[in-house]
Design a protein around this ligand. Sequence first.
Ligand SMILES: C[S@@+](CC[C@H](N)C(=O)[O-])C[C@H]1O[C@@H](n2cnc3c(N)ncnc32)[C@H](O)[C@@H]1O
Length: 322
Amino acid sequence: MTYLETAAQFYSEVAQTPQIGLCCVQSTPLQLPGLNIPTQMQEMNYGCGTTVHPTELANQPTVLYVGVGGGLEALQFAYFSRRTGAVIAVDPVAAMREAASRNLQIAAQENTWFDTSFVELKAGDAFNLPVADASVDVVAQNCLFNIFEPADLSKALQEAYRVLKPGGRLQMSDPIATRPIPAHLQQDEQLRAMCLSGALTYDEYMQRIIDAGFGQIEVRSRRPYRLLDSQSYNLEEHLLLESLDSVSFKVPIAEDGACIFTGKTAIYTGDREIFDDSAGHILQRGVPAAVCDKTANKFARSMPENVIVTNSTWHYDGGGCC
Ligand SMILES: C[S@@+](CC[C@H](N)C(=O)[O-])C[C@H]1O[C@@H](n2cnc3c(N)ncnc32)[C@H](O)[C@@H]1O
């Protein structure tokens, strides 16, 4: 069996016998007015963060959801789009598609606004998405891509890039590792399937997204996820996994590199009221301006006396340079 087959078998099992808390994080589930999430669907919340960003889902976007699980986020996306076929949910595991279908039927009984036709469930996988090039506004995946070995992760990211319209968004949530995960854990297919040993470091994860062609990446959240403790996992030291929510845009990569927003700001402290760096950044004295990490580094290097750069908040939600 390949590691992908092991993962498929694992998800077939947890589709038939839900494992409550398999991947969950310390955060309140997204509550929306008039949205009732069936208990069965909630119990199959196998995401490690959220990919649904309510303030960015205007105009009924077409969403391709990869790895449907129990259908929770597909339902949440459908809440915003509310039209037939707006959410295309892809999963290679028949038992998981069946479970999602059942849960969505219950959701239709519990939500007057929801019709099961809003979510189209399709067999397929992350490496061969069953839609045309440049045909969707959003691709979302929650706690799936971390399972993939690096070369497969790159394939999945390239496939997401292919199906997105220009300017479209890849909305992801995945565990990342605070240091490289040792080989003996990476090779453990069961742990990998459980989202515990395939995670890359932050830098590696970001670089794979950029290598797939995404010109702008925004970090929405970064928080502790799981501890691989030294005793249970045969490690010299404990290894912390974090959960990273991000949105990557299909826009061209600038000549000087991709823009990654992690919540940094630049604050001009010099003599002038306004400082214009002639590269698109206008800073008003004393007023924090959101900047990407690339711009933050440039300011920190070139104007350390006149610009204060604040730390990453790991919670960026709009505004700023680039
Ligand atoms: C950790 S679960 C996440 C489920 C869902 N996103 C959620 O947040 O609850 C991973 C999902 O990806 C599916 N999956 C496994 N291998 C896949 C692949 N190669 N391509 C697409 N989906 C896959 C599994 O069947 C399962 O539904």
